[in-house]
Design a protein around this ligand. Structure first.
Ligand code: ADP
Length: 399
């Protein structure tokens, strides 16, 4: 009855083991610097506590072997044998146009993940490495792929196409995909439950604001527009990513900085809140600096909140209205400042915020709008791992 959820990055692996009887987390952990000197694994079991293991780990296969032994170990373990793991769910970043839902992994699914690796060159190969390693270690256990892009596959062409020659879509699948789909799906469903209406009858704008951020228009339970694009830099400004810029800025940087690779690094690693504030990519540092009178820190916050407000208003227009706005992820769940400043600009839409509730709500579920607000506003903590575990449990059909 246990489901293992894996999120593999190029040199990292995050995992959680769920007991699906009550959806509780039995253990979780993080392996960092896989394939790089100085690997470190932090494993937490519930109850039990933390175990840290330093020592080089050469690849994902070795990392997974160590994780599986920690899960069954007498001291650090939470299951008596690996037979208790009924299925493994993998976060896969890009499913291209092929996957609008999670799927059981077979050879053709693996080929498809490989085929769209050119769209997510850092992520898809790492996700595949995790699947291969798991199949090697536990060959009889089903693996399920849960795609970041899947939820957004319901966007209509007028939302997902760019105004470039159509042949680039036909030949190269150049289009808006957007990401964080598992999070947007999770919080939109949970918001519908809290609102007491079927998701199929609601117009929601979900704001996933973290180090990476994206905003989605969810109409009748389906994504109809979303702020990230072909890649993960468009939309609102993020920790180090530029958010929406016009193509001439990218072309200017390519010319000035001597190429696409350097431009890519500038737009994804040196821009956004870090690039504007010159202080940090972490919003907490920037809010503190703004409080001490740093003008560029305030400017970064103003740029972020202005674009959050613009997206919410734009998506209300796309859906012909909005019933509720949902905030989630590190900033959305915790920053009453970002929520408050963004929503203040939307009073014209009938959004009324209860500032005491807003200031008090951090990392917990609840309403921050007043009872008479025309548009409800909620905070819903995201839980992508649980969503992956649920899909995996359902698809693997193993109780
Ligand atoms: P990731 O995209 O890496 O999963 P998170 O969802 O964890 O990121 O979000 C990280 C962001 O959340 C950081 O900018 C951090 O400053 C911000 N954050 C976390 N806690 C708070 C807080 N209490 N107040 C303001 N911002 C916060």
């Amino acid at each position: 009855m246990s489901v293992l959820v894996l999120n593999c990055g190029s040199s990292s692996l995050k995992y959680q083991l769920f007991d699906m009887r009550d959806e509780s987390v039995k253990a979780k952990g993080l392996v960092e610097r896989i394939g790089i000197k100085g690997s470190r694994l932090k494993h937490t079991s519930f109850p039990g506590g933390d175990t840290v293991r330093d020592g080089d780990i050469s690849d994902h296969t070795e990392a997974i072997k160590i994780v599986l032994s920690l899960l069954t170990d007498k001291k650090t373990g939470v299951i008596s044998s690996l037979g208790e793991i009924s299925a493994v769910g993998h976060r896969v970043v890009h499913g291209g146009e092929k996957y609008s839902k999670s799927v059981l992994v077979d050879d053709s699914v693996k080929r498809s993940i490989e085929d769209c690796a050119y769209l997510a060159p850092l992520h898809n190969p790492a996700n595949l490495a995790g699947i291969d390693a798991m199949q090697g270690s536990l060959p009889d256990i089903p693996n399920v792929a849960v795609f970041d892009t899947a939820f957004h596959q319901t966007m209509p062409p007028e939302a997902f196409l760019y105004g470039v020659p159509y042949r680039y879509y036909e030949q190269d699948k150049v289009r808006r995909y957007s990401f964080h789909g598992t999070s947007h799906a999770f919080v939109s469903r949970r918001a519908a439950e809290i609102l007491g209406h079927p998701a199929e009858s609601l117009k929601l704008v979900t704001c996933h604001l973290g180090n990476g951020s994206s905003i989605t228009a969810v109409e009748n339970g389906r994504s109809v527009d979303a702020s990230m694009g072909l890649g993960t830099s468009p939309g609102v400004i993020m920790g180090t990513r530029c958010g929406d810029i016009d193509s001439d800025v990218a072309l200017f940087l390519v010319e000035k900085e001597g190429g696409a690779a350097r431009t890519n690094a500038i737009l994804n690693k040196e821009s956004g809140i870090l690039g504007i504030s010159g202080i940090s990519s972490d919003l907490r540092d920037v809010v503190a600096a703004a409080g001490e009178g740093n003008e560029r820190a305030s400017l970064a916050i103003n740029m972020l909140t202005r674009s959050v407000a613009k997206y919410i208003a734009a998506y209300a227009s796309v859906m012909g209205g909005v019933d509720a706005v949902v905030f989630t992820a590190g900033i959305g769940e915790n920053s009453d400042i970002v929520r408050g400043l963004s929503l203040k600009k939307l009073e014209f839409m009938g959004i009324k915020i209860d500032s005491e509730k807003n200031e008090a709500l951090h990392g917990k579920e609840g309403f921050i709008s007043t009872p008479d607000s025309k548009v409800k506003v909620l905070v819903v903590p995201t839980n992508e791992e649980l969503m992956i575990a649920r899909d995996t449990f359902e698809l693997s059909g193993r109780g």
